[in-house]
Each structure stands twice: as structure tokens, then as C-alpha cells.
Ligand binder design. Structure first.
Ligand code: HEC
Ligand code: HEC
Length: 680
């Protein structure tokens, strides 16, 4: 074993001290903690000696935790020839080079960088702690969000009024302001009045429901081979729109979706809400019915974990979660909550559930007697482990919530739902507040909206997130509209995009692009609710689809010109324009839309059938409303599409363009301007 400077301590002279110090730093030892030791410990030791598990009461996931008293044991245990003693107890033994590295590192005094962060114990993880409201930081702002965001700093300037008006319209309703709305705002400049007005419009629910549908994996068909239509599933979509428009408190919204049928004040709407549980993809001809049953339960448990709690419980189906304090027992205790549900079917065909004369898309829970639920060893549907009772993940509670029994159903889901929606739950409010923030700013305070666990991102502004979450539960009483208003009235949200990174340029979602085009061309059909409309599928896409039987008869143009939220989402054949422009994944919960940039997008926007059609209508509208004067046509087009007058330069160029190109072509260009899809 190499000794470092054995003669060092007894020599007092400064000269030798210098020598000693440099000897200490000599690369004789050549072991680098960060490069050599930490990765080794992480790979071979930390799964049992880290934050999730501390076997032998030992942690090896940070240098500061590896105290001198364990050094000797550690070296003995890794080098032991006794199988029962040797570490790691599983897998290959450490090779001699790895053992030597550890030996040298310890001989050097086990140094580690002073700024190494010691991972917290899972029970200390930030998102598992109660939500606490810190006092507002000292600042020059009365708006709480600005106080946190800017503190003593000078904020960026506000965006231009016309940009701000367009921003708030697109943000809250997914549609641009009309000419009349622009004129009204030019006179009043009262943005607060605009916010109040927009939040009261039905278009608000149509815009924001789509964000929720992403989170709950909404689609109109089952996927898999036959991809059959889910009967009456659109009632769930309409329920979400209406709930948002009514500003149903979010805690109630959660409870209805998980257990609306078990509520004492159950209504048709609250049963429709439980359609949430049945939205998943489903194989109507499963090869292995037992496995299929657990797949369906897994869809519910995993989605519930991600959507409401921001936890990746689905990873604990086959083994204890490798990175989070979630055990298979936690997973199967949640399976036990949903296990009493039965899917109404007749053979391969799904049935809907009659409720007070309406037929609705939900599961049924026919009995108060729950089937037994076992832990499945390695997730295998045939290998039964321990029997489990309904429970919530142990790490999240000191005491399990009550799961009382009911008179018609087991009431297990109600027990779970009430715990999720309680003000004591540390996750629910944080998760939804973060989702709302993400939609308004393009990025969440936590960038992993479905994962608030140890592997998720840490919040960029934890005090702000907690302040908002506490305020949302206690002051706003779970009102989403109040939360929107608070955010939209902040300078942080109103500031100009170019100047500060908090407000980023980002592409509108495909629904807002499509709906804006319809609004600008004058074709938007405002019909609300009911069965989905089916836009035409371009021939090229149809030819690629082998089974023509599965393709729908398209709705007529008027019906197909409804807002995109009413478009039929078929898992096996997603409408190409929606697909190329990054519609959410339809199979599992989608925390945030991707924004890819690929060539077919440009083609779809510039030369797609839909866009060409809208360009035609747009031109007709301009001729009708602005007459034949090119300057008037261009000015009107700019106002409708971009909410501003064209600049002198833009006007000159467009006039030149119109000298040898038809107005339709100019309209196509305008619908493709960057500013149209990347609003300021
Ligand atoms: C699969 C789990 C597992 C892995 C991986 C593992 N250990 Fe352990 N370790 C244990 C268990 C269980 C104990 C407690 C029982 C015992 O002492 O054998 C333990 C005990 C120890 C102890 C004794 C603690 C004390 O103070 O008594 C040391 C030292 C140790 N491990 C080091 C390591 C090192 C170093 C690695 C990686 C090279 C490692 N272990 C990997 C499971 C593991
Ligand atoms: C359908 C079953 C199943 C699910 C669900 C599952 N795993 Fe695994 N996983 C396995 C099996 C089998 C192994 C290998 C045996 C073992 O380590 O238990 C494994 C191993 C692992 C390993 C260890 C690899 C290693 O080298 O030790 C990690 C890490 C892991 N899984 C992470 C995850 C995460 C994260 C998720 C959730 C996204 C997940 N698993 C979901 C079955 C599953």
C-alpha cells in the first residue's frame, strides 16, 4: 500500500511544510474522486447504500458521508474472500483495479470536492414536504409573482400593447382577437378587463381542456389492431370543457374523475368524469386475458400517479422503483384501489354505461366486495406474492388515509381521491400549479411536469412554487381562473419576449394554429360539444394506410371547420396535420408537447390541403371586407392575422408581390409568417 509522506508531521519547518503540501498534491495517487470513485460507487453500491436504501445503515452516495470509521470496513468488505461478507453481495465482484482505486483514494484521506451536494434522503425530498408559504421577498413590487421573480431587479419592459392583446387572447382562448376587439382595446388599454372577459368565454374551456386532455391520454378510439371507437367518450371531453368554464374547484375536479360515481352527490356529470379511468388504449382481443387485465389496471395506476401526483409509480410494477422510494407494495396497494372496477363489454364490443337515461363511457363497480389483490412477483400475473390492502405510497404519509367501505361500491377510489385532493397532500397543488405555469410561460418552474420525484427536475424557484401552491389551495380555493388571473396580471408574464429568458418564443400548439387559421379566414364554425368531427385525410396519407376500412367518412367542410378539440383522435390514424405538428402522444400521459422542427411541418403549413383551403377563404374574405385596393387588403390581412398594421417595408413588398401573384398566394404567405405561429 503506498504511503503518502510518512515523515510529514514531525517536521515543523516552513520549508518542509511546503514540500509536504506539494507532496500531498502530487499525482502519485492519481485517483480522482469525481472521475473514478463516485461513478464506481454509484454503479455498484448506491442502489443499496444511497438515499432510497441504506443497508447496514451506510450511505456511499456522497464523499462527506463516507466517514473514516467505515474506511477500514469498506476495504475489508470489497476484498473479502468470504462470499457472505463480500460487497457488493450481488453481481460480479469488484476487479483488482477497482479495489486498488478505492484503496488509494482512502489512503489519500478519501478527499472529495467541498461543493459536492449530498443527496437528500427520500423522506426529505422537497416535493414530499408540506407546502409552506414563505413571506414575500423584499422588492419594489406589490404583485407577489413579480416580487419573487424580480426581487430588487429591474424587470424587462412590457410587451407592445398589440402584442400583449394577441398574447392574452391566444393564451386563454387559442384564438386571435377580432378587429372589433382590437379597436376596443386600443381605446381602453384595459388589459385586466380583457382578462376578465376572456376567462368568462366558452372558448377558454375549449383551449384549456386540451391541455388537460394531453395529461390524461385522451383519444376517441382504443388503439391496437381493431382500434374501435370508444362509445360516448366525447362526453368526457365535454365534461372537461364545461368544468373549466364553470371554474370547478380543482380538488373537486380530481375527485370526480377518480370517484365521481361514489360521491354522495353523484350526478350524470360526475359519473361521466370517471371516463378518465377508461381513456387508456385497450386491446379488445388480448392474447393473455390475465395479463391484459393488469395492463389496464397499470394504465390507470400509472396515469393517476403522473397526472395528479407527479410520481412515476408505474416503474414499481415489476421491481421496487430503482430510483424513487416507491416499492412494489405501494404499486399493488394502488392496484387494490382500482381492482373492483369492471369494464362493461359484450365480447369484443365495449358497452357504455346507462346513467339516468344518458348512456356514458365509464367503468362499473358492481359490488361492495373487492377482489383480493396480491403483489405480483416480477409483475407476472401468475406469481402471487403478499396480499395487499388499498393504501397510498408510504413515503407520502405518516398515517394511511381511511378507506371506509361503501353501500353500493367499495368506496376505495373515493378514499384515494379525497386523499389526493386534500390540502395536506404535498404534491397535488404543486403539480397543477406547475402545469398552469408551464402553459403560460412555455416552461414549468419544475421542467418535468409529470415527475416531481427524486429523478425529476428541482424547481427553479421553490419559494415561488410553494407560495403559489399555498395561495391556490387556501386563498383561491383551488380556482384555476383565479390562478390564471394572478399569473396574467404579473409583469413577469406581460413582459416583452425578446428581452428576458423567462418569456420564451415558442410555437403555438397545432390546435391553436389550425383554429387561428380558421378564425382569420372567417370559416371557424363555433358549434360546441357533441360527437367528434372527422376532417378529411389527405390522399397521400390514405394510400399509406393499408386498411381502408378503418378510415372514416370525412365530415363536410362546415362540420370539419369546428375547433380542433372536437376533431376525432383515432389512435391508429392521427390526422396528419396534427401529427406532424406534434400532437400529444395518445397512449400515455403527456406532460408537455414536443416542439420538433422537421420538413413535413413546413410542407403541411405551406402546401397542405387545409392551409390552401384557408388561404382561399382568407382571400375571399379580404376582397369582401376591404374591396379591391391592395393596400387595404394587406392592411386588413395584417390586422386579422397578426393584430397590427403592416410596416412600411412590409406594405411595399406585399404590394409588389401582388402585382404578379394572386391574393390567395399572399394569404398563404401570411399564414406562414413566423410571427403567426411564434407570437410575441
Ligand atoms: C444488493 C445490495 C448491496 C450492494 C449493491 C452493496 N451492499 Fe454493502 N451491504 C449490503 C447489506 C445488506 C449490508 C448489511 C449486512 C452486512 O453487513 O452484510 C451491507 C453492509 C456493508 C458494509 C458494512 C457496513 C457496516 O458499517 O457494518 C459496508 C462497508 C458495505 N456494505 C460496503 C459496500 C460497498 C463498498 C459496496 C459497493 C462496492 C456495497 N456495499 C454494495 C448490501 C449491499
Ligand atoms: C414490466 C416489468 C418492468 C417495469 C414496468 C419496469 N421494469 Fe425495470 N426491470 C425489469 C426487469 C425484469 C429488470 C431486470 C431484473 C431486475 O433488476 O429486477 C429491470 C431492471 C431495471 C433496472 C436495473 C438495471 C441494472 O443494471 O440493475 C433499472 C434501473 C430499471 N429496471 C428501471 C426501471 C424504471 C425507471 C422503470 C419505469 C420507467 C422500470 N424499470 C419499469 C422489469 C421492469
Amino acid at each position: 500500500m503506498p504511503h503518502h509522506s510518512p515523515a510529514c508531521t514531525p517536521l515543523p519547518s516552513a520549508f518542509f511544510a511546503v514540500l509536504c503540501a506539494s507532496a500531498f498534491a502530487l499525482p502519485v495517487l492519481a485517483v480522482d474522486y469525481v472521475k473514478d470513485i463516485k461513478p464506481l460507487l454509484k454503479e455498484r453500491c448506491v442502489s443499496c447504500h444511497g438515499t432510497v436504501k441504506q443497508k447496514g445503515d451506510l450511505r456511499l452516495d456522497a464523499g462527506a458521508l463516507i466517514q473514516p470509521d467505515v474506511h477500514k470496513h469498506l476495504l475489508e468488505r470489497i476484498a473479502s474472500t468470504d462470499e457472505d461478507e463480500r460487497m457488493p453481495p450481488e453481481g460480479k465482484r469488484l476487479n483488482s483495479e477497482q479495489i486498488e482505486l478505492l484503496r488509494q483514494w482512502i489512503a489519500a484521506g478519501a478527499p472529495f470536492p467541498k461543493d459536492e451536494v449530498i443527496p437528500k434522503k427520500p423522506s426529505e425530498h422537497w416535493s414530499f414536504q408540506p407546502v409552506q408559504r414563505a413571506p414575500l421577498p423584499a422588492s419594489g413590487f406589490t404583485h407577489p409573482i413579480d416580487a419573487f421573480v424580480f426581487g430588487q431587479r429591474e424587470p424587462a419592459p412590457q410587451a407592445n400593447p398589440h402584442a400583449l392583446l394577441r398574447r392574452v387572447h391566444l393564451d386563454l382562448t387559442g384564438l386571435p382577437p377580432t378587429i372589433q376587439e382590437q379597436e376596443r382595446f386600443a381605446k381602453s388599454s384595459d388589459l385586466n378587463a380583457v382578462i376578465t372577459d376572456l376567462l368568462a368565454r366558452p372558448e377558454y374551456g375549449e383551449r384549456w381542456a386540451r391541455h388537460w386532455l394531453d395529461v390524461v391520454r385522451y383519444a376517441d378510439s382504443n388503439g391496437y389492431e381493431r382500434d374501435a371507437e370508444k362509445p360516448f367518450v366525447w362526453r368526457y371531453r365535454d365534461y372537461v370543457i364545461e368544468s373549466l368554464n364553470l371554474d370547478k374547484p380543482f380538488d373537486r375536479f380530481v375527485i370526480e374523475q377518480l370517484a365521481g360515481d361514489e360521491l354522495p352527490d353523484r350526478s350524470v356529470a360526475s359519473v361521466i368524469a370517471t371516463g378518465f379511468l377508461r381513456l387508456g388504449h385497450w386491446d379488445d382481443e388480448p392474447a393473455d386475458p390475465a395479463a391484459d387485465r393488469y395492463d389496464q389496471l397499470d394504465d390507470i395506476v400509472s396515469t393517476t400517479g403522473q397526472a395528479f401526483l407527479g410520481i412515476t409509480i408505474g416503474c414499481a410494477r415489476c421491481h421496487d422503483h430503482k430510483f424513487e422510494p416507491l416499492a412494489t407494495r405501494d404499486y399493488y396497494s394502488l392496484v387494490a384501489v382500482f381492482n373492483p372496477l369492471q369494464r362493461p363489454t359484450k365480447g369484443r364490443a365495449e358497452l357504455s354505461l346507462p346513467v339516468d337515461g344518458k348512456e356514458v363511457y365509464a367503468w362499473s363497480e358492481p359490488s361492495t366486495k373487492a377482489p383480493e389483490t396480491h403483489v405480483l412477483v416480477r409483475g407476472s400475473p401468475t406469481r402471487f406474492g403478499d396480499l395487499v390492502e388499498p393504501a397510498v405510497p408510504a413515503i407520502l404519509v405518516k398515517q394511511q388515509p381511511q378507506f371506509p367501505s361503501g353501500e353500493k361500491t367499495t368506496q376505495r377510489r373515493l378514499g384515494l381521491a379525497q386523499w389526493i385532493a386534500s390540502t395536506q397532500n404535498p404534491l397535488t397543488a404543486r403539480v397543477i400549479v406547475n402545469r398552469i405555469w408551464q402553459q403560460h410561460f412555455g416552461q414549468g418552474l419544475v421542467t418535468t411536469a409529470n415527475d416531481f420525484g427524486l429523478m425529476g427536475a428541482v424547481p427553479s424557484q421553490p419559494e415561488l412554487l410553494d407560495w403559489l401552491s399555498h395561495w391556490f389551495m387556501h386563498d383561491a380555493r383551488w380556482s384555476l381562473k383565479k390562478l390564471h388571473r394572478l399569473i396574467l396580471t404579473s409583469r413577469a408574464w406581460q413582459m416583452s419576449k425578446s428581452s428576458e429568458s423567462l418569456m420564451r418564443y415558442r410555437r403555438l400548439e397545432v390546435e391553436a394554429i389550425r383554429d387561428s387559421m380558421l378564425a382569420v379566414s372567417g370559416q371557424l364554425n363555433p358549434k360546441r360539444f357533441g360527437p367528434a368531427m372527422k376532417p378529411g385525410i389527405p390522399k397521400a396519407a390514405l394510400e399509406a394506410n393499408t386498411d381502408k376500412e378503418k378510415v372514416w367518412q370525412p365530415s363536410d367542410e362546415r362540420e370539419a371547420s369546428r375547433r380542433s378539440i372536437y376533431a376525432f383522435i383515432k389512435r391508429g390514424l392521427v390526422i396528419p396535420m396534427l401529427e406532424t405538428l406534434d400532437l400529444a402522444d395518445t397512449v400515455s400521459s403527456c406532460p408537455q408537447r414536443q416542439v420538433t422542427t422537421v420538413a413535413p411541418q413546413a410542407l403541411s403549413l405551406f402546401n397542405g390541403e387545409f392551409v390552401n383551403q384557408q388561404a382561399q377563404h382568407f382571400a375571399t374574405r379580404l376582397r369582401h371586407e376591404a374591396g379591391n385596393d391592395p393596400e387595404k387588403q394587406i392592411t386588413l390581412a395584417w390586422k386579422l392575422a397578426l393584430c397590427r398594421d403592416p410596416s412600411h417595408d412590409e406594405l411595399t413588398k406585399m404590394k409588389a408581390f401582388l402585382q404578379d401573384q394572386p391574393l390567395e398566394q399572399a394569404c398563404r404567405v401570411i399564414l406562414n409568417l413566423n410571427e403567426f405561429v411564434y407570437p410575441e
